[in-house]
Design a protein around this ligand. Structure first.
Ligand SMILES: [Fe+2]
Length: 207
């Protein structure tokens, strides 16, 4: 299987004013595309790995041959992370959480505002490049974690439900060094329907 860059289902400008069209174009067409290309290059001499999904590769990194493990970790992770990222955003989204995830956030964190604060703090404090996540762990327990570079929680047996990209390429052209401002604005584009699908999958009920 050759991994492919998924098309965006909305226009580059659709997330404005929160994320500029210029950022979206570069982020999708250049950054994500490069992760996909480099993942395919890394897998070139291992045909037996070419039928595995990027998620499976990242979930079971230790079974990837050592000479390409770092490349798969970085580029497979980059592919999985960004594929999710485009899906959990959308135009005319944002607002308060809906559905089962709203109740789970209320129960675990005491409310959406408290959850956002924890999540945004995690993103702000991630030193250098990385991601901040809401993950489902064992027994469906929700937790906010952050990871460096393109590491994905799947490698740690955690299911990523929400993830925000805090690499400078995600915000610098619009927010410069004001990462906390980007993190705050990002909630205006979150697609809660899609987040609920991921939460259902993480909870194992297949809804
Ligand atoms: Fe990114």
């Amino acid at each position: 299987m050759t991994h492919e860059l998924p098309a965006l289902t909305y226009d580059f400008a659709a997330l404005e004013p929160h994320i500029s069209a210029e950022i979206m174009r570069l982020h999708h067409d250049k950054h994500h595309a490069t992760y996909v290309d480099n993942l395919n290059k890394a897998l070139g001499k291992y045909p037996e790995l070419q039928n595995k999904s990027a998620e499976d590769l990242v979930r079971d990194l230790k079974s990837v041959p050592e000479d390409i493990r770092t490349a798969v970790r970085n580029n497979g992770g980059g592919h999985v992370n960004h594929t999710m990222f485009w899906q959990i955003m959308g135009p005319s989204k944002g607002g308060n959480p809906t559905g089962d995830i709203a109740a789970a956030i209320q129960k675990t964190f005491g409310g959406f505002e408290d959850f956002k604060k924890l999540f945004n703090d995690g993103g702000t404090k991630q030193f250098g490049s990385g991601w901040v996540w809401l993950v489902g762990g064992a027994g469906g327990k929700l937790e906010v974690v952050s990871t460096p570079n393109q590491d994905n929680p799947l490698t740690n047996n955690q299911m990523p439900i929400i993830g925000n990209d805090v690499w400078e390429h995600a915000y610098y052209l619009q927010y410069q060094n004001r990462r906390p401002e980007y993190l705050q604005a990002w909630w205006n584009v979150v697609n809660w329907e899609e987040v609920n699908k991921r939460f259902a999958a993480a909870s194992g009920d297949g809804k």
